[in-house]
Design a protein around this ligand. Structure first.
Ligand code: FES
Ligand SMILES: [Fe+2]
Length: 332
């Protein structure tokens, strides 16, 4: 499979002769299946913020990457005040153990009553007295690797890199911001459905050629010629430099971008997901810092959708067409 995926794809390091990837990369279900196993399962994904499990006993079930990994997971805060991410699939017959957020002493599967502690360990099971070699570690709910930065939680099913390496560009650029004072505001949150293969969406994010055409208000604010793209080991940093007279951040002296008139910086982890984005508010949105912790969400990460989206426009809940600055927030 691996050979078939990459052997006939010509990727030239020289951008002057490089070509767009063949259409099957965006549409072949077999390629998407391989991407699920080799990319999505092995990398870190935003899972939520730590307020979801604020006190001991809080539980929060969620599905990791709906449409791609589709993995039922559970955030808990265990008896030692530690945040865990557990498999939410009962080790008896696979029922979802926790079906809604709440506050629990123990986790109890409602199919046959198997109980687990908040750290995932098997606790008890009715009618199983006398069963040999039971329980065993296989009866515990597996712990899934979890990492955090500030209030953001990240998880990975089978990580091939330390979470700290993924977070390094964020820490370098956004440390010092008052994350601990932020609270999630559901009324300000928007989900966007992007009807495209995930890689097409990422392609769009990585190029700035469409900014003058699709993002007119952004183009008015930013110096397009100064737009910066920096590759990190596991992500990319994009820097929007303000035009003369446009507002820019006041950066501390030890900041990597000290001396540059940064109006927007986006840190994108690959393959999916803004973890953090901030941009200086435009005139329309008052003159203060806007820091958005974008919830990893609903990008349509399925194969076979073709290359339907010609721009990064997205439809929000309101049904209005997104464009311009809204596109910048239409993130996974
Ligand atoms: S499936 Fe959970 S106890 Fe049987
Ligand atoms: Fe865009």
């Amino acid at each position: 499979m691996h050979d078939r995926i990459v052997s006939d794809i010509d990727i030239d390091q020289d951008i002057r002769v490089a070509r767009t990837l063949p259409a099957r990369v965006y549409a072949d279900p077999e390629i998407f299946k391989a991407q699920r196993e080799r990319i999505f399962a092995r990398t870190w994904h935003y899972a939520g913020h730590d307020d979801l499990v604020k006190v001991v006993g809080h539980v929060y079930p969620f599905t990791l990457l709906p449409g791609a990994l589709e993995e039922p997971l559970l955030l808990t805060r265990d008896a030692t005040d530690r945040i865990r991410c557990l498999s939410n699939v009962c080790t008896h017959r696979g029922t979802l153990v926790v079906e809604g957020a709440g506050h629990l002493q123990q986790l109890r599967c409602r199919y046959h009553g198997r109980r687990f502690t908040l750290d995932g360990r098997f606790h008890s099971m009715p009618e199983f007295e006398g069963t040999k070699d039971f329980p065993s570690p296989a009866d515990d709910l597996p712990n899934v690797p979890i990492g955090s930065w500030e209030l953001f939680l990240l998880v990975s099913l089978a990580p091939v890199m330390p979470v700290a390496d993924v977070l390094a560009p964020l820490v370098a650029r956004l440390s010092g911001l008052p994350f601990s004072t932020l609270a999630f505001d559901p009324l300000s949150a928007r989900d966007y459905f992007v009807n495209a293969n995930w890689a097409l969406y990422i392609d769009n994010y990585l190029e700035g050629f469409h900014i003058p055409y699709v993002h007119s208000s952004l183009a008015e604010t930013l110096d397009y010629g100064e737009y910066g793209v920096e590759l990190a080991r596991y992500g990319v940093v994009q820097l929007g430099i303000a035009k003369e007279g446009e507002p820019a951040f006041e950066l501390p002296p030890d900041h990597p971008d000290d001396g540059r008139r940064v109006a927007a910086d986006d840190v994108q982890r690959l393959p999916l997901g803004h973890i953090s984005q901030r941009r200086h508010a435009t005139r329309r949105r008052s003159h203060s810092r806007v820091i958005s912790a974008i919830r990893l969400g609903r990008i349509e990460a399925t194969a076979g959708r073709g290359r339907g989206s010609r721009s990064c426009r997205a439809r929000g809940r309101s049904g209005r067409r997104g464009g311009a600055a809204r596109c910048a927030l239409a993130t996974v």
